[in-house]
Write a protein that binds this ligand. Structure first.
Ligand code: D41
Length: 674
């Protein structure tokens, strides 16, 4: 064998291996290697290809980001048109849909496939000989735009298919931006003073409409496949559900929420069930789609004016509503950031009544031309904070009032400054500013910090305004006699509060560090710092370089940490807290810690003896890793009461499931579980 031939074999084997890992990760949601291992395979392939550029193929896993930006989009004519969906807006219209089908087919029972209706952009992917050759948007259903260069950057889109597939296979699906990526992207944009996307659907569409694939590659997009276009040979399936299973076998990602249901009752139950789950799903959906399951029956139903008679979309109530801006206030946050907040005429949207919406910063207000008195579109998705999408200019009253952030802090009258390259304006008052003092105490007491039970934001305000606390040290010197005098505070609750404060003295270094509220030091950074340095004095004296040797810490965070501990008053607060009795166990690397070092856990269901965060923290102290989803890499699934599908998945994968009793003995004797 020539050297070139053996290089080609090696390269092919690597590509095959990477493709299989992609399949496990994106289609089966069951990765079998850690990310760093996957990255290593990719780097190895990149190196081999760099040595043998003649062996690079357009669909090699290394070729997701094509080289040059396009000049313009080409048009693509769909050989099989991309149909649209009719909508049902209420139960009656679902019953009518089902009735029409039953009458036309003369049947009493119909099985449907129920799918979430993803809020993204419909695309068609064309595979020839198992290789991805073209991706097009839906366009008007007849003709779309060629977005191959962009769709190839989406990691869940397989560049080549697995197994024996028809020579020509076109599949249809929805490209979407998961909520987490959407939130993160928008936060970055707003912080940099740039335009945010109004909703995940615009985010997906805007990202695919880029001429430069390098831009698209930076957007967190994903895809689920829900149907077929042109195909050169019939697949051996008789139902839509089987079709989806076969597409999964080919390596195409299919939404895991899809179910087979029966009759309109089944459809409506699914609609109800998914509606309850809507906020918890990692992606935005705007309804569900019901499709007749039997393909033969679909064919008998046919379609009218470009929409199939055998499918219907059942929309959820919109997460958008109209309301009016009554006023705009300025809030000063823990780090001094001045945030304009719109006070709204109360409006019911996405399941809750909304009275406030953040306006982020002055740039955002100017860009959207938001004025007091305006009617605006409010949007609330998932559990996220309500946003103002846009102003309804046609409803703008004659008299509106423009808004400008004040030149000085509205609370303490200190100077305000705008950080370079940021859109945020900050009060320079630091802990001289009472707003920042209050926020610092709220943060210190919060659940993920010192976890002072019962000391919520309202009570901090009350104690602060009554001059009982001015900083976190004061919490440990609260006289019960003064507490009892407070409004709505009886003897019992005062003593409970003092007990909770007392209890908070026993903490961990990670919690304490997080509680200090150092800028950019979140929970996980605090944990990484604690684990790395193992003692507070070591962190307090660490220089920038040493700080950056911690995995989570970059130059900016390092600077924040250093600056924090350089301030005499911060060091004084730390000393006083310790003098008041705040303490944590010394971090020692015990044999028990080593015992759980390489073990991965997944928590599901409700534990009676502790909350999920506590269980997680306990496992982490013992060196265990806690992840969200079950895979072959999971060592144990801890199942409380009412566990979800994770237990079934664990059983399928042969992963050991521990009940609460077993979990408790694991915590006591971790060495017995290795
Ligand atoms: O999730 C979706 N957005 C979705 C869209 C879905 N789950 N199924 C769909 N099925 C179809 C038919 C039945 C016509 C093949 C669709 C769409 N169409 C669709 N998306 C955009 C226009 C039509």
């Amino acid at each position: 064998m020539s050297e070139k031939e053996s290089a080609a074999l090696h390269i092919n084997a690597l590509r095959e291996e990477i493709r299989e890992h992609n399949y496990l990760y994106y289609v089966l949601d069951s990765p079998d290697i850690p990310d760093i291992e996957y990255d290593r395979l990719m780097r190895e392939l990149e190196n081999l290809e760099a040595q043998r550029p003649e062996l690079i193929t357009p669909n090699s896993p290394t070729q997701r980001v094509g080289a040059e930006p396009l000049a313009a989009f080409q048009q693509v004519k769909h050989t099989v048109p991309m149909l649209s969906l009719n909508n049902a807006f209420n139960e009656q219209e679902i019953n009518d849909f089902d009735q029409r089908i039953k009458e036309r087919l003369d049947l009493q029972i119909i099985t449907y496939v129920a799918e979430p209706k993803l809020d993204g952009l419909a695309v068609s992917l064309r595979y020839e000989q198992g290789q991805l050759v073209q991706c097009a948007t839906r366009g008007d259903g007849q003709t779309g735009e060629d977005v191959t260069h962009n769709v190839k950057t989406i990691h869940s889109v397989p560049l080549s298919l697995r197994g024996k597939v028809p020579d020509i296979l076109e599949v249809r699906g929805e490209v979407f931006m998961p909520k987490s990526g959407f939130e993160k992207y928008n936060q970055q944009q707003i912080a940099a003073g740039e335009k945010a996307f109004a909703n995940p659907r615009n985010a997906a569409a805007g990202s695919l409409r880029q001429l430069d694939p390098k831009i698209t590659a930076k957007r967190p997009l994903s895809i689920y496949i829900y149907g077929l276009g042109e195909i050169s040979a019939e697949l051996e399936v008789s139902t839509h559900y089987e079709l989806l299973q076969v597409l999964k076998e080919f390596g195409l990602p299919v939404c895991p929420e899809i179910q087979v249901v029966e009759n309109p009752e089944g459809c409506l139950a699914y609609y109800q069930q998914l509606g309850e789950k809507r906020n918890a799903l990692p992606y935005e959906i705007d309804g569900v789609v019901f499709k007749v399951n039997e393909i033969a029956l679909q064919k008998r139903m046919g379609f009218v004016s470009r929409a199939p008679r055998w499918a219907i979309a059942h929309k959820f109530p919109a997460h958008e509503e109209l309301t009016k801006i009554l006023d705009i206030d300025v809030q000063v946050g823990r780090t001094g950031a001045l945030t304009p907040v719109a006070r709204l005429e109360p409006v019911f949207v996405g399941g809750v009544t909304v009275t406030n919406a953040t306006l982020h910063n002055q740039d955002e207000i100017d860009r959207k031309d938001i004025r007091i008195g305006d009617t605006v579109i409010i949007r609330r998705a998932g559990d996220v904070i309500p946003q103002i999408v846009s102003v309804v200019k046609s409803r703008r009253p004659k008299k509106t009032q423009t808004f400008h952030l004040p030149e000085r802090c509205p609370i303490c009258d200190s100077d305000v400054e705008r950080d370079e390259g940021e859109a945020i304006v900050r009060c320079m008052g630091g802990l001289f500013c009472s707003a920042q003092q209050k926020e610092a105490i709220k943060h210190y007491a919060s659940r993920k910090a010192m976890d002072i039970d019962g000391l919520g934001d309202k009570l901090v305000e009350q104690l602060f305004d009554a001059d009982l606390i001015k900083n976190v040290v004061d919490l440990y010197q609260l006289p019960i006699a003064d507490l009892i005098k407070l409004e709505r505070m009886g003897e019992k609750s005062a003593s409970n509060l003092l007990q909770a404060i007392e209890k908070s003295k026993h903490t961990t270094l990670a919690h304490f560090l997080y509680a200090l509220g150092i800028r950019e030091v979140g929970e996980s950074t605090a944990r990484a710092l604690a684990e790395h340095f193992k003692s507070l004095p070591a962190i307090m004296v660490a220089d920038l370089e040493t700080l950056q040797s911690v995995s989570d810490v970059g130059p900016i965070v390092a600077k924040h940490i250093e600056t924090f501990f350089k301030q005499a008053h911060n060091r004084e607060v730390v000393e006083k807290l310790i003098a008041a009795g705040v303490n944590w166990p010394a971090i020692v690397v015990s044999s028990a810690k080593q015992a759980l070092e390489k073990k991965t856990f997944v928590l599901t269901g409700t534990l009676s003896s502790m909350g999920r965060d506590e269980a997680k923290a306990k496992l982490q102290t013992l060196g265990g890793k806690v992840t969200g989803s079950v895979s072959k890499n999971t060592n144990y699934v801890i199942a409380g009461s009412d566990p979800g599908s994770k237990v079934a998945k664990a059983e399928k994968l042969g992963v050991k499931v521990l009940d609460e009793t077993e979990f408790n003995s694991l915590l006591e004797h971790p060495e017995e579980f290795v």
